[in-house]
Design a protein around this ligand. Structure first.
Ligand code: SF4
Length: 311
């Protein structure tokens, strides 16, 4: 359904688009409006926080000399990383059990060592968490890749996914990586292959070659999201996309699609619902000097198959 919203004074479209923002827009435009235009932050969840913890440990692990990249070393890094992530994410308190989060992260690290031996990974210089800030056509683009490495004769772009591989969402994950491929190309870095390392459930690596049709499709969807958001913003109405991801949507209680008669989004009464849920709003204003907001964790990294259960 299309939902009219109240024009909010601070609301604005992203100055720079990340692959996650594109995915957010394409998965539900009203949710994109709540989060990225109006600026309501979704609180973290166990699955999101575990994903952040595992990403952090793997980044630190791959930064070590190859011989030191052992499972024991990775597991030993966990307690500090858990403490740091809980300190950095105040919304975790009371929502996420640190012991359970540590257990789940340990499981994912064991799964990681089942799909690759990190001692054999030849990380490129500046290949961990490399920032990608560039222009893709007319669109200002930014993001961070998990890892770039040499794989035989190829350069491989790898992304860690702490959820399970889900056939329903594979293209969404590929799109992210192909957009990074396009961004890296603009910055002079060629990539030959993308890889998703799924570390939830039955862990596995999924690889795809870089080929023009896939990159062009991803770029076309980026442009469609940017154009669609501009048009929705001008009209002040946005489509809903009810589906499995609604179960994880922090804005469901204020969503006309899910709740029927609720106050018009953007109104003081709608804002009161979100405040009552304990949500907080951040400033979405950006300047030329600081053109990017920190990107949000990607829910699609973490949801399972069609039931949408968290990893
Ligand atoms: S509850 Fe579902 S339809 Fe409503 S905003 Fe959230 S994701 Fe979109």
């Amino acid at each position: 359904m299309r939902v009219d919203v109240v024009e909010v004074p601070e609301g604005r479209l992203p100055v720079r688009w990340s692959p996650t923002a594109v995915g957010d827009y394409l998965s539900c435009q009203l949710k994109f409006w709540f989060g990225r235009v109006w600026g309501w932050r979704e609180p973290t969840s166990q699955a999101l926080l575990v994903g952040t913890i595992v990403h952090g440990v793997l980044e630190d692990l791959l930064a070590l000399p190859a011989a030191d990249r052992t499972l024991e070393r990775a597991v030993a890094m966990l307690p500090d990383r858990v403490t740091r992530e809980f300190a950095d994410e105040p919304s975790a308190a009371g929502r996420v059990d640190p012991v359970k989060a540590t257990e789940l992260a340990t499981f994912s690290l064991h799964a990681y060592f089942g799909v690759e031996d990190p001692r054999e990974v030849q990380v490129l210089d500046d290949g961990l968490e490399r920032g990608v800030t560039t222009e893709l056509g007319d669109v200002a683009f930014f993001g961070k890749v998990d890892r770039l490495a040499v794989a035989g004769e190829m350069i491989r772009l790898t992304d860690y996914k702490t959820g399970k591989a889900s056939p329903n969402y594979m293209w969404d994950k590929y799109r992210q990586q192909y957009l990074y491929v396009a961004g890296l190309r603009m910055l002079g870095q060629q990539v030959d292959e993308i890889e998703l390392l799924f570390l939830g459930g039955e862990a596995r690596a999924v690889r795809r070659p870089v080929y023009a049709a896939a990159v062009n499709r991803a770029l076309g969807e980026l442009q469609a999201a940017v154009d669609g958001a501009a048009s929705d913003f001008a009209a002040q109405n946005w489509n809903t996309s009810p589906g499995p991801l609604c179960r994880f949507c922090a804005f469901a209680s204020a969503c006309p699609e899910k709740r029927g008669s609720v106050p018009k989004p953007g109104s003081a009464a709608s804002e009161a619902i979100l405040v009552g849920l304990g949500l907080q709003r951040r400033s979405v204003r950006q300047s030329a000097a600081e053109p990017t907001l920190p990107d949000e964790p990607d829910l699609l990294d973490l949801v399972d198959d069609d039931a949408g259960g968290a990893a």
